[in-house]
Write a protein of this length. Structure first.
Length: 301
């Protein structure tokens, strides 16, 4: 066989392998486990297990998402946090798969839900989406879901006070080819307080401040505000992930974002970005498995 023939065969094998890997990654998911120890956890009586879900986009694993539900139950979480985009915010697209899945989660443990850009645009443009977000939200609230729309809720778990806030920035912050500047003051204005008594804030200094903020592009502003743990999604892991580099591209068409699908601990603050569970618009993933994120909070040694 000629050199050209060998190269052609090799290229065909590589292409077939890539296609098979893409197929695998859009049909299966994994559980990604992180452990986090911060000074604020020094009085923790027992480990806290938090499941973080984001960017399902109506994806169904198994029959009625039974595979996904079983995986979550196996982790025995104390709290489930949702970072948005569980549905597809597009006119004429059903919300039923997302609803059928999310409504079952309160049977496991308390659930807090912060919106992504898909839910937010449905809420802010109700006529375009036949007022379906209002129905979606109200039915889920009846199931026990707690929505955090620029709101916060305190919860005590194993002796630790957690304050969970759900942030919604203006929809313009998601526009392609644009990146706004988000400061801590912008976050404080939206949520109505600063954590830990900062700048006259009202959140207790011993509380762990968790921020659900869909777009990680503005993580520096979230950190400036004072969040202890930031949970984001939106980027779908950067579509393609490269070893040692991370995600390649964001929905806003920026290359190689700083945070794209990992846990980054900087001092006493953690930024955790989910790679998401589904796809939207670009139905491709490569070296970028969909994931359920489990964060275990541990008392520091």
């Amino acid at each position: 066989m000629s050199v050209i023939g060998i190269l052609a065969v090799a290229a065909a094998v590589v292409l077939a392998a890539v296609v098979l890997e893409i197929y695998r990654e859009i049909h299966y998911f994994r559980v990604t486990r992180y452990s986090l120890s911060l000074k604020k956890l020094r009085h923790l009586e027992k480990e806290i297990r938090i499941i973080f879900l984001s960017d399902l986009h109506n994806k169904v694993y198994g029959q009625d998402n039974d595979v996904l539900l079983r995986a979550i139950r196996r982790e025995a979480p104390d709290l489930i946090l949702i970072g948005g985009d569980m549905l597809v915010g597009k006119a004429g697209v059903t919300r039923q798969p997302a609803y059928d899945f999310v409504r079952q989660l309160p049977e496991i443990c308390p659930v807090f839900y912060a919106n992504g850009n898909h839910e937010q645009r449905m809420k802010e443009m109700p006529e375009k989406y036949d007022y379906s977000y209002r129905d979606y939200r109200e039915r889920l609230k009846q199931s026990g879901i707690i929505f955090l729309e620029n709101e916060s809720r305190r919860i005590m778990i194993h002796g630790l006070k957690l304050n969970v806030s759900g942030l919604e920035l203006p929809l313009t912050s998601y526009e392609k080819f644009k990146k706004q500047r988000v400061r801590g003051t912008d976050v404080a204005e939206r949520l109505g307080f600063w954590p830990g008594g900062k700048n006259g804030g009202v959140c207790g200094e011993d509380e762990l401040q968790i921020l659900l903020a869909h777009n990680p592009a503005y993580a520096e502003g979230y950190k400036e505000w004072g969040a202890d743990m930031i949970l984001s999604g939106h980027l779908h892991g950067g579509i393609v992930r490269l070893p040692g580099i991370g995600g390649v591209i964001t929905p806003q068409a920026f290359l190689f974002p700083k945070y794209s699908g990992e846990m980054t601990v900087e001092g006493e603050q953690a930024v955790i970005v989910s790679k998401g569970l589904g796809t939207h618009t670009i139905d491709i993933r490569l070296f970028n498995m969909p994931e359920v994120v489990l964060v275990t909070l541990k008392k520091p040694l």
